[in-house]
Design a binder for this molecule. Sequence first.
Ligand SMILES: [Zn+2]
Length: 290
Amino acid sequence: MRGVPAALAAALLLLGAPPAPAGDRLGVVWHPARPRVGDVAWLHVKDVPDGASVEGSVGGRPLAFFPYAGGQAALVGLDLDLPPGAPAWRVAVLEAGRAPRAARGRIQVRRRAFPVERLTLPRAMVDLDPATEERAAAEGRRLGAVYRTITPERLWRGRFTRPVGGTEPGTGFGARRIINGQPRAPHSGTDYAAPRGTPAVAANAGRVALVADFFFPGRLVVLDHGLGLHTLYFHLDSVTVAEGERVERGQTLGAVGATGRATGPHLHFGALVAGARIDPAALLGLALLD
Ligand SMILES: [Zn+2]
C-alpha cells in the first residue's frame, strides 16, 4: 500500500477484507437498532485506541467519524426518499502495527408512511416562466453544493434545540405535495408556524455556510455543523448573521417571515447529513450527548 493515500488504502481494505476472524471483531452498535426512513442514526464503534483511524460507509456513502465515549461515532442520514432495501455498511479500524479490524452488515431501514398535502398557491409561484425556472434551478444547485460540503471538524455539541420558541411540534416532514393539482417534490423539512418577527435561532453550534435570498426558500440561512451536518432556516423576514460567522446554539440568526414561496409567516427548518434529507424531529431527539 506504499504510496497509496490513506483514504484510498482504507477503501481498498474495506473492499478486499475478508470477514474479520472471531475474536478480532469490532464492537459496532447502531442507534437506533432499527432506524426509519428520514432518521438520523449513528454508528458507535467501541474501543478505538488513540491514534487509530476509523473508516466506513453506509450504502456506499463514506462516514465521517469523531471521538465519542472511548470510541468513535458517525452520523448516518437516511434520506426521506431512500429506496426500499437494507443498505450495506462497513467499518474498519486501522492502527499502526496491528491488522485492521473490520465489521460489516446490512441495516434494515423501516418504511414510514408520509402524509399527502394538497396546496393551492398563486400560479406565478408554481408555473414558472423560463427565466425564473432557470434561476430556481441554479439556486438549487448552489444549495446542493453547500449541502455536500463535508467540513472535517465537528462544530456541534450536546443536544439540538428547536429553532423557534414554543412547544407546538413542527409539521409536514416528508409530505408528498400536490400543488395546484400537480405532484411536486416531497417536503424535506418541518414547518413551525410563528408570527412574523419571531426570532429564529441556531439549533446547535456551527458556522454560517450561506446567507441568500432565493426564489423558493426566500431569505435563508444554512448552518454547517461540521462532518457533513447542515441545518436550514427558510422564509426569513430578516437575517442578522453573516457568512463565515461562528454561532452558538440558541443564537438568533434572523426573524421568521414569509419570503419566497410561503402562504404565511412560518419557519421552514431542515436538516441534512452528507446531503441526505432527515427529519428535523429526529435531530432534536438525537441521543448522542457529550
Ligand atoms: Zn416548509
